[in-house]
Write a protein that binds this ligand. Structure first.
Ligand code: FMN
Length: 373
């Protein structure tokens, strides 16, 4: 390096530090409401993923400054209690619990969270009953609810929801019909009463920044965390994620309107094919009068029972369910949770910095750009 280049590098470095600090201040302003609500450094929630979001990943996300959320799935109150205690032993940072509203012991599960002083409870899997929201609030915790449309978001806020999660169709797992981009435009400009977290298809910091600038208070990511070192997902499951591209994460197919299939986004695998064949066979038996409509429906619903566990825990990527969002294409390797969160934040900061430096694109900042004018 020439003496001039050395001098320029020395000059540039304090300016860069200053630019990065200013960018960080801007980002913090943008997601301040989400940070305050969650009590975290970053307003990034680790979306609850059944079998994946257990103590290790949840604690890792929270320890890295994000907000981990335990997926309680079909856990009994005793199992949930043990999982919360085990998570609390791994982190002193805030974390939440995701409860499925259809669970027959929802009230008991809420009580378990309250007994453990869990401050944030996410109610998922259907529109939550007002009684559940009230029970959470009465116990001193904050209920977060998923809203698939603005009208429902408003209703949930009136019922006491203290934050809303909007999750678009690009997400992994159970999905609604509307994309994140459209849901964000429908909800963010019109819902100011509570913080709104945006989920579905987010894999980079630039996308996080754009939703914050539209009025989001934070984001929720699931797929991007599956391949964290701290995630206990089976190596086969992780390998399938690393290999997949966005187009491999497809919604489950329904063959007959008389037999509804709950839409789930997952990586296509041999089980996807078998599900279609199984539906065809069940519908044929129903048409021949060999099955009642109710039994036929039950058989279709039963197909995926236990399939997520088979893939995530046992590593059976042929017969199991490989739930994944379209952002799976942005998962390129196993990484630590800290690295994933750092990467997301750096990408958001790079855009802000590029603007401060007079450039319109993050590439200006990433490549060094010119000094501020
Ligand atoms: C493997 C997997 C399992 C999931 N399980 C649940 C769940 O049990 N409860 C829930 O509310 N959401 C579940 N989700 C959705 C995530 O919490 C999160 O909202 C979603 O992954 C965000 O979209 P993204 O995948 O595009 O990041 C799951 C997602 C995945 C990929």
């Amino acid at each position: 390096m020439t003496a001039g280049a050395v001098a320029r590098a020395e000059d540039a470095s304090p300016a860069r530090d200053c630019g990065r600090r200013a960018a960080r201040d801007t980002l913090n302003r943008l997601w301040e409401r989400g940070r305050r609500f969650l009590g975290t450094e970053l307003a990034i929630m680790g979306g609850a993923m059944t079998w994946v979001s257990e103590r290790n990943l949840v604690a890792a996300i929270s320890n890295a400054g994000g907000f981990g959320v335990i997926a309680s799935g079909s856990m009994s109150p005793n199992l949930l209690s043990a999982e919360i205690a085990a998570t609390a032993a791994l982190t002193r940072c805030p974390f939440g619990v995701n409860l499925i509203t259809m669970h027959p012991q929802l009230a008991e599960l809420i009580d378990v969270c309250l007994e453990h002083s869990v401050r944030h409870i996410v109610l998922a899997g259907g529109i939550p009953p007002s009684a559940a929201i009230a029970r959470i609030r009465d116990g001193g915790a904050h209920p977060l609810c998923f809203a698939p449309a603005l009208v429902l978001a408003r209703k949930l806020v009136r019922s006491g929801a203290e934050a809303i999660v909007i999750e678009g169709n690009e997400a992994g797992g159970h999905i609604g019909p509307v994309s994140t981009a459209v849901l964000a435009q429908e909800v963010l400009p019109h819902l100011d009463e509570v913080p709104v977290f945006v989920a579905g298809g987010i894999g980079r910091g630039e996308a996080i920044l754009s939703y914050l600038e539209m009025g989001g208070s934070g984001v929720q990511l699931g797929t991007r965390f599956v391949c964290a070192y701290e995630s206990i997902a089976h190596p086969n499951f992780k390998r399938a994620f690393v290999r997949a591209s966005a187009r491999d994460a497809v919604p489950s197919v329904q063959l007959d309107v008389r037999f509804p299939v709950i839409p789930v986004r997952a990586l296509a695998n041999p089980a996807t094919e078998r599900f279609a064949a199984s539906q065809r066979e069940v519908i044929a038996r129903f048409s021949r009068g060999e099955l009642s409509q109710k039994d036929a429906q039950l058989e279709i619903e039963h197909f995926w029972a236990g399939a997520l566990r088979r893939a995530v825990i046992d590593g059976d990527v042929e017969a199991g369910s490989l739930m994944a969002g379209q952002s799976v294409g942005l998962v390129t390797r196993e990484q630590s949770t800290v690295e994933i969160l750092d990467e997301l934040v750096d990408q958001a900061l790079a855009v802000i910095e590029a603007r401060q430096w007079g450039g319109g694109s993050r590439h200006g900042a990433a490549q060094g750009g010119d000094a501020p004018q």
